[in-house]
Write a protein that binds this ligand. Structure first.
Ligand code: SF4
Length: 203
């Protein structure tokens, strides 16, 4: 199938390693990454986890205690509130263990399908398809889907991609979207899957 072949080409050409697998750290880092560049998210996560290593430690922190640590990721007041709320719930409701089901993860404040699916794949090795703006845009450009929202894209992609590609396609499409198939001015001349792309704006 062509879609499977192209998905494998994207994964091969734009690999993304997930070094950190600890569910709590992956969850909190994904919250930090909202509207933040990767390099800034990394700095904020490192600052935070150097000082607070577990949900138990973070659940006792005050929001203002972590402002400076996570400031590099932006929206630090809002994110500090979320992170401490999530930590408290994980300690109080789940005995300090991040749940490994989509349903439970979605109950955490500020955790949407994208974040939950990243945790499920990266930390629990479950087949889970996280759709962010890169995955949504590229899937539409390629002609794999014709959708209006990331959520719609997630469900369509689950129908057309084999389960073993659900997890890896996210990170690889993010890399591909940052380096080649950018939101504005995609670099189609160097695109390794250009011949499979159905986008009318292809350059
Ligand atoms: Fe993106 Fe251009 Fe490649 Fe199509 S040809 S996938 S628009 S970079």
């Amino acid at each position: 199938m062509e879609i499977e072949k192209v998905a494998k080409l994207i994964i091969k050409n734009f690999p993304r390693d997930h070094k950190e697998k600890d569910p709590f750290k992956v969850l909190i880092t994904t919250v930090l990454s909202q509207r933040s560049k990767d390099e800034n998210t990394e700095i904020a996560a490192e600052n935070l986890f150097n000082k607070y290593k577990t949900p138990f430690e973070l659940s006792k922190a005050k929001e203002k205690d972590i402002y400076e640590l996570i400031k590099p990721a932006g929206l630090y007041r809002q994110k500090a509130k979320r992170i401490i709320e999530i930590s408290k719930i994980i300690v109080e409701k789940y005995s300090g263990i991040v749940p490994d089901s989509l349903e439970e993860l979605l109950k955490l404040p500020g955790v949407g399908r994208k974040t939950a699916n990243i945790v499920l794949y990266v930390s629990f090795s479950k087949p889970a398809l996280a759709v962010d703006t890169h995955v949504h845009r590229i899937s539409n450009r390629l002609g794999w889907v014709n959708t209006k929202t990331p959520e719609e894209t997630e469900f369509k992609l689950m129908e057309i991609l084999p389960k073993n590609l659900w997890g890896p396609i996210n990170g690889s499409m993010v890399e591909f979207g940052k380096k080649v198939c950018k939101p504005v001015s995609p670099n189609c001349k160097i695109c390794p899957i250009s011949k499979y792309c159905k986008w009318e704006g292809k350059r």
